[in-house]
Design a protein around this ligand. Structure first.
Ligand SMILES: [Zn+2]
Length: 426
């Protein structure tokens, strides 16, 4: 089993990068990194630069709420789609559903940060359900069924793994996206081997760290690469093994994202890391509290779809998480658990003409205030309404033939209830 797995893996890599394989014995030493000069042939653009810009200058980063794990979707200004990790095995369907919801036609670049199940678990499902054009992963291996499923799915897609390592560029137009880690070899230490991607859109920088450890952070700093980022996805779900003082002083983030499950058994993020965020005056967003977090960069400023967590709450929450016998009081039911609520929504005209006014009718929690996000193809627009009172919405922005999903959320007594409807303009 292990042998077969290794063979599949080696073949995938051999075929993809002979150069990398030949130089493998030298990997014990620190690899030299030239940030702007790709070090392998893999770094060439995967497609011509001719795709029309769908959202000129706007880049969106979705930190998906996949419970305990990571999954991040990025739409570049040129309309290219990047997926970093896919959550656990049982979250693959959620990730695919999310991508369909946002009309993602194909994935230009898939990145498996490292072979742990909370990162690659759902990627095989994505590979089976969507067209994926390239897959990057650091040169590490694992012996799990989850990892084997992933490798088989890559092979079935007709792809060869490309190596993710410091200095390798994704070669996508409109943004600078390249790996800043790993810059060394960490043997069996999968977390340290995590692929770390830095994306620059204009003046805005994002860093995606996987589960990179302080050891990897130290090597990134020593490599002399520019690792500054406005938004830092905290390494290893906010565990103490990542996000050193030294790393924070180099990255200098204004915002941090913690991708971790609610009341997870690991106590992620730790009180220590949250305190460090507070000391550095960094605003923290947590998928366990805000759900999917959307950062929108226009090249100058970055805006979020939600307010950051309150640090006081963080500390309280974290203490509760570290003591599993005391359940946290404020549960937040999500769409997929909404059987407990009677919240329902529909529109009075599912196929309206453009520039027509339609009415959104939300029922089930009479008198409650809701927010409704209309996911138009050009942008998201949020309306506020009252349950039981039809809300008129002029759909001037809607593009004919494209489904417009509407996410409706009611906040009541510290709980969150959600429902969804849609319409397709004629
Ligand atoms: Zn992890």
């Amino acid at each position: 089993m292990k042998k077969r797995l290794l063979k599949v893996f080696t073949c995938l890599f051999l075929a993809s990068s002979l150069v990398a394989c030949q130089s493998a014995p030298a990997q014990k030493e620190q690899a030299s990194v030239k940030v702007n000069k790709p070090t392998t042939t893999d770094a060439k653009p995967t497609k011509p630069v001719s795709k029309p810009a769908e959202t000129s200058g706007i880049m969106q980063v979705y930190y998906l709420d996949v419970g305990q794990g990571d999954s991040i979707y990025i739409k570049t200004p040129n309309g290219d789609d990047i997926l970093i990790d896919g959550g656990k095995n049982d979250r693959g369907d959620d990730v695919v559903a999310f991508l369909h919801k946002y009309h993602v036609d194909d994935i230009e670049v898939m990145i498996a940060t490292h072979p742990d199940a909370d990162h690659i678990g759902g990627l095989d499902t994505v590979l089976e359900n969507m067209t994926v054009k390239s897959v990057y992963m650091p040169k590490v291996t694992h012996t799990t069924k989850t990892f084997e499923d992933f490798l088989v799915a890559v092979k079935n897609e007709g792809l060869k793994l490309k190596e993710a390592k410091g200095g390798v560029s994704l070669g996508l137009p409109g943004v600078d996206a390249h790996f800043v880690s790993p810059v060394s070899s960490y043997g069996e230490d999968l977390n340290s081997s995590s692929a770390v991607l830095r994306i620059t859109n204009g003046e805005n920088n994002f860093l995606f760290t996987g589960d990179a450890t302080m050891e990897a952070e130290k090597d990134m700093i020593a490599s002399g690469q520019d690792i500054q980022a406005d938004v830092l996805k905290l390494g290893h779900h906010g565990a103490n093994t990542s996000t050193s003082e030294a790393f924070l002083s180099q990255v200098k983030p204004k915002f941090a994202i913690v991708s971790a499950g609610k009341d997870n058994q690991y106590g992620h993020p730790t009180a220590e890391i949250l305190q460090r965020m507070q000391e550095h005056n960094i605003k923290v967003f947590r998928t366990a509290q805000q759900g999917t977090i959307i950062a929108t960069s226009n090249g100058k400023t970055i805006t979020f779809n939600t307010d950051p967590s309150k640090i006081e709450q963080n500390t309280v929450k974290n203490n509760a998480a570290a003591t599993p016998e005391k359940p946290v009081k404020t549960e937040t039911p999500k769409t997929n658990q909404s059987s407990t609520t009677s919240l329902k929504a529909k529109v009075d005209n599912p196929n309206p003409d453009q520039y027509q006014t339609i009415h959104l009718d939300v029922t089930g929690m009479k008198g409650a205030t809701y927010s409704a996000i209309f996911h138009f193809t050009s942008k998201d627009t949020t309306y506020t309404g009252t349950v039981g009172t039809p809300l008129p919405v002029k759909i001037s922005r809607a593009k004919a033939g494209f489904k417009v999903l509407i996410d409706i959320t009611v906040q009541k007594d510290g709980k969150e209830y959600q429902t969804q409807t849609s319409f397709i303009p004629k």
